[in-house]
Ligand binder design. Structure first.
Ligand code: SF4
Ligand code: SF4
Length: 444
């Protein structure tokens, strides 16, 4: 096997011992209909409607989509167009909270009898990949032939610095993880369920191992504390030795990966009928006065989370939604917590300054640290040369934008930004190629 790359970034998991505390319900929340990969949900409420916690306010608009539920009780203030942090403009529902948090009186725990009823429950729960990906979980679990699924991997690696929300799930909701694994065994009939956890989380490993040792077909695998062990393809390779070929999905090689918090969110819905309406978020960074884990209603402004953690220091310069390696810098703290938000980080000026780029010295560190075996320096060169056909050859679409290349580069080249630009260039090139081929075919 080829040695995996990756980097030993400082873990900075200072909030791991911080049990999540609920924030006060903000006076207003905003629920974007596009918090997942796929078609945005379709709003089914209008200004003036009264809503309760857990009430459906946005219907899934197709197979690859996910419903959205009210996270506070109160009155719909408006339905408007909003550019969420995903960059995809879609409708959003703004709700004025009444502060009561009244649960929707139509909530019922689903009745499970077979695989279909289980998958229906997962779909109705509004759960999407909570590790950051946001892919609708019901779609991931809907497979034509379950006998072809050899493994479900439960991702508890949580390899990005600072983030500890999954660590809290594994510590505080261990029995739900056990229940979730048993549900997957029962309704999907999967042969092997493996929890993957980095070695820097001895507490979660101990608790998971306690129940896994009592159960057939469930095991816990300790992974090296090396970023990005939690990257889907890296996790699959580490645990199963299998590689996901370019253009294929984990399912094509008999594997499904679920984040550990995704699994507990499904179990919560199955136990109570309460869909996904709140999220544990790690609030940390050098500009946060009292870092910690919080539970926030989905749609709460980031500002409410920072305020609960003592506020931000005067020299705050950069705010990230997500971790420092793969998170997205946001323009202001009005941005709402999304379903897949696992961290809100704020950094002081000294930690937010981007170092000046210097010329590439062709040291090859970006190549040796790339977990996908790519040549990141070539993406920058090829993008500048405007040679999209070479980007295809260099397999830019295999890049998972983990940032290991940029992190290890002594010249501080902005390699991930070039990857993103290269992917856009390649997509446009391939679309133009396709259009030209179709035109040619139509002319024959
Ligand atoms: S790590 Fe940086 S300096 Fe070294 S080859 Fe890659 S891009 Fe060039
Ligand atoms: S090229 Fe992509 S996958 Fe490889 S290290 Fe850079 S960001 Fe990660």
């Amino acid at each position: 096997m080829r040695k995996l790359g990756g980097v030993r970034a400082p873990h900075r998991k200072g909030t791991a011992d911080s049990a999540p505390r609920p924030i006060p319900i903000p006076p207003e929340i905003r629920l974007p209909m596009s918090m997942h990969i796929g078609a945005p949900a379709k709003p089914i409420v209008k200004a003036g409607d009264t809503v309760q916690v857990g009430q459906l306010i946005g219907e899934a608009a197709g197979f690859v989509s996910s419903p959205v539920h009210a996270s506070v009780s109160g009155k719909v203030k408006r339905v408007d167009e909003y550019d969420a942090v995903t960059g995809l403009g879609a409708a959003s529902v703004v709700i004025e909270s009444d502060g009561e948090q009244t649960p929707y009186d139509g909530l019922r725990a689903p009745e499970l009898s077979d695989m279909k009823s289980f998958l229906d429950a997962v779909r109705d729960s509004g759960v999407v990949g909570l590790g950051g990906a946001g892919f609708p979980t019901a779609v991931k679990l809907t497979v034509k032939d379950v006998s072809a699924v050899d493994y479900i991997l439960i991702n508890g690696a949580e390899c990005e610095p600072y983030i500890t929300s999954d660590t809290r799930t594994m510590l505080d909701e261990t029995e739900m993880l056990e229940e979730g694994a048993l549900l997957l065994q029962k309704y999907l009939g999967v042969k092997s369920i493996v929890f993957g956890v980095e070695s820097n989380k001895p507490g979660p490993i101990k608790k998971l191992t306690e129940f896994a040792s009592r159960r057939d077909g469930i095991e816990v695998r300790t992974l090296p504390a090396l970023y990005p062990q939690g990257g889907e393809k890296v996790l699959i390779y580490q645990i199963t030795g299998r590689r996901v070929p370019e253009g294929k999905l984990p399912l094509d090689i008999g594997v499904i990966v679920l984040n550990c918090t995704t699994l507990t969110a499904i179990v919560k819905y199955i136990r109570t009928g309460m869909p996904l309406v709140s999220k544990c978020v790690t609030v940390d960074g050098s500009a946060v006065i009292n870092p910690g884990n919080v539970v926030a209603p989905i749609g709460a402004p980031l500002a409410a989370l920072f305020d609960f953690c003592g506020g931000l220091k005067d020299d705050v310069k950069k705010v990230l939604m997500g971790g420092p390696m793969m998170g997205i810098a946001v323009p202001d703290t009005d941005m709402p917590v999304l379903k897949a938000t696992n961290a809100a980080l704020a950094f002081s000026e000294k930690d937010a300054l981007l170092p000046a780029e210097t010329p590439c010295i062709r040291c090859g560190r970006c190549v040796s640290h790339c977990p996908m075996g790519l040549a990141p320096l070539e993406f920058e060169r090829t993008y500048r040369l405007k040679k999209p056909e070479l980007l295809e050859k260099y397999k830019v679409n295999l890049c998972m934008e983990c940032g290991c290349c940029a992190y290890s580069c002594p010249a501080k080249r902005m390699l991930v930004q070039y990857v993103k630009l290269s992917k856009i260039m390649l997509r446009e090139y391939q679309a133009a190629q396709k259009a030209a081929a179709e035109k040619k075919e139509a002319a024959v």
